[in-house]
Design a protein around this ligand. Sequence first.
Ligand code: MAN
Length: 349
Amino acid sequence: MTDIARRFPENPLLSPKSLVPSLEGLKIACLLNPGVFRFDNKIWLLVRVAERPEQSEVIVSFPILTEDGKTEIMEIPLDDADLIATDARVVRYKGVDYLTTLSHLRLLCSDDGIKFHEPEGYSYLYGAGPLQTFGIEDCRVTHLEGKYYLTFTGVSASGVGVGMRTTTDWKTFESAGMILPPHDKDCAIFEEKINGLFYCLHRPSSVDIGGNFIWLAQSPDGVHWGNHKCIIKTRTGSWDSARVGAGAAPIKTEKGWLEIYHGATAEHRYCLGAVLLDLMDPSIVIARSVDPIMVPTEAYELTGFFGHVVFTNGHIVDGDTITIYYGAADEHVCGATFSLQEIFKNLGV
Ligand code: MAN
């Protein structure tokens, strides 16, 4: 199947080897899923850096953070009967789930949107406290009324939830702690208030009844969320049959709020699609992609740390052109552009 994404010929733009590990003894396994924003006349990525020790043939080892921020390495013999290691991303040991890598976030910037470098004077963002001991991931960056809102996945043995920090200068951050409790992720705050309220998309998961659906919520302050509504569900037999989740902040267009979202099958193939939400009441879904707008097709999307994945949580918009930055096979950062008009055509609007 073809898609309507125009991939950068320079892809992958960034790979694990592009950066140095945060700590001796660790290796960057994946560089993926950047939040994207403009600041100081440059294009910035807040990229997820997933690390672990070099793996041996007999032991699985991965870092975790202590509650006061120290890195510890867990080591489990691969032949231990209490170990279940069938997914590259998670292991289960003695009934507890762990991630195989520990993620932090790093700032990169660029003048042309293609070549990125780590600027001096900016710190890495690490998980902090008891709810982020397995790291922080997949940050969305929303610029609203002069402030940047960072919403990311915070992972610990207590579960997977949405953490938030805010900044105006990218050097000092204020933490709002966990704003949406487990199981919840993929939180993207709208870049404008509607009728004086903040809005966000998020993806709680319901294990018994329900599923992995996209929800909409409102807030008076961006921290306390309520009036949750389930607006986008998975579709049986479709490319988004098992999981759907929001990408970056919705894009305001004359036809509605345009959201690029990811959809996955039970076999973990991740594609991208679009939805259009009503401008005044975003709980109203005007249109939704029947066919995906982007499908893993390139070698760097099909094979890697976790193959058959295109996943985005960051973009910049310039007229008709949406440039997305995306994680390919959970291992590299790539870029692609879409024409807004072509997305509208895909949506039938
Ligand atoms: C899933 C995947 C991983 C991620 C965990 C925790 O397993 O999205 O990449 O690390 O969830 O968020």
